[in-house]
Design a binder for this molecule. Structure first.
Ligand code: ATP
Ligand code: MG
Length: 293
């Protein structure tokens, strides 16, 4: 019998496909793109990638066909409207961000969710929209559409739509404006309800640790600078997302220390300007390649 292999369900092609593969190779997995389009083998670990449509990922993972999956929170929420999603989610991945919003024709006098009362709303997210309408105490007719939702008002199929928006360009092109936010989404790593086979437990744990490390190090920076003791507190407070920086005495400089910190977020020029103004000097910001917490 062949050795058991872990399966990760990923989007085959589309908005999350490239970033999912980047995360996987960032975790040190070497992907072999073989003849089998559905399954890519990982060369250096007992892992396969199950390449499917994003809509199939929640079910495959919930059924245990794949132990892990990478999917948009929006797709997950739509699939399992009543499930405890937090129990399924291993971590948020920090890419594929988008928002599900209500949009109405430009000329509509939208004043708030109440405007939707008794109207027809086209969406590919009937469950998520239904729950949102319910929390606002609104009764409206939901028209489910698989795609091209943005044309619904022009075709007189609906008065409003509820769709994913990132730049708003699609809405603009269709004479519509975004209004209320229904759901914020990003890609999430989800896990099957049952633990992996015992012989795969080690690989599974390693993988989760590495994914966490890749996500944590994305955008994280290592910051070093010299700081006068008199302004140390102020300077430490200016370093974004840094907990417990290392403070070191500089040889022959009683009044100055070296401050080293890992910042969980990117460090922008204006932060450097503020640090400089507060008295910091010789400021260096370095990228972090790998991190294990
Ligand atoms: P599939 O063929 O796998 O079913 P799809 O067409 O349903 O793909 P994509 O358009 O590739 O889906 O989007 C995949 C996911 O990317 C979305 O579910 C969402 O989580 C995320 N996403 C990020 N930005 C956007 C955006 N501007 N519009 C739509 N989805 C976005
Ligand atoms: Mg899809």
């Amino acid at each position: 019998m062949s050795e058991p292999r872990l399966r990760i369900a990923v989007q085959k092609s589309g908005r999350l496909a490239d970033r999912s593969l980047e995360l996987i190779s960032g975790a040190g997995l070497r992907v072999m793109k073989g003849a089998n389009e559905l399954l890519y083998r990982i060369e250096n670990q007992p892992i396969d990638l199950l390449r499917v449509r994003d809509d199939d990922i929640p079910t495959f993972v919930a059924d245990g066909v794949a132990e892990l999956g990478i999917v948009g929170y929006n797709v997950l929420a739509e699939h399992f409207p009543d499930a405890d999603l937090e129990a399924m989610i291993v971590q948020r991945l920090g890419f594929g961000s988008c928002t599900l919003k209500v949009a109405v024709p430009n000329e509509a006098d939208y004043t708030g969710p109440q405007w939707l009362e008794g109207k027809r709303i086209a969406t590919s997210y009937p469950n998520v929209l239904g729950a949102w309408l319910k929390t606002h105490g609104i009764t409206a007719e939901i028209v489910e559409m698989r795609g091209a939702v943005e044309v619904a008002p022009r075709m007189k199929i609906a008065h409003a739509i509820c769709d994913l928006v990132s730049t708003g360009a699609t809405l603009e092109a269709n004479g519509m404006k975004a209004t209320d936010l229904v759901l914020k989404s990003e890609a999430v790593l989800i896990k099957a309800p049952h633990a992996p086979a015992p012989e795969l437990a080690h690989t599974y744990d390693m993988l989760l640790r590495r994914f966490d490390g890749v996500t944590a190090s994305t955008g994280a920076k290592y910051v070093m600078m010299n700081a006068p003791r008199t302004h140390l507190d102020e300077i430490i407070n200016l370093i974004p997302g840094a907990d417990a920086p290392t403070i070191m005495q500089l040889a022959g400089r009683e009044d100055t220390v070296a401050v080293h910190a890992v910042c969980q977020e990117n460090v922008f020029w204006d932060t450097l300007d503020k640090l400089k103004t507060a008295g910091a000097s010789a400021i260096l910001v370095l990228p972090i390649e790998k991190m294990m917490k």
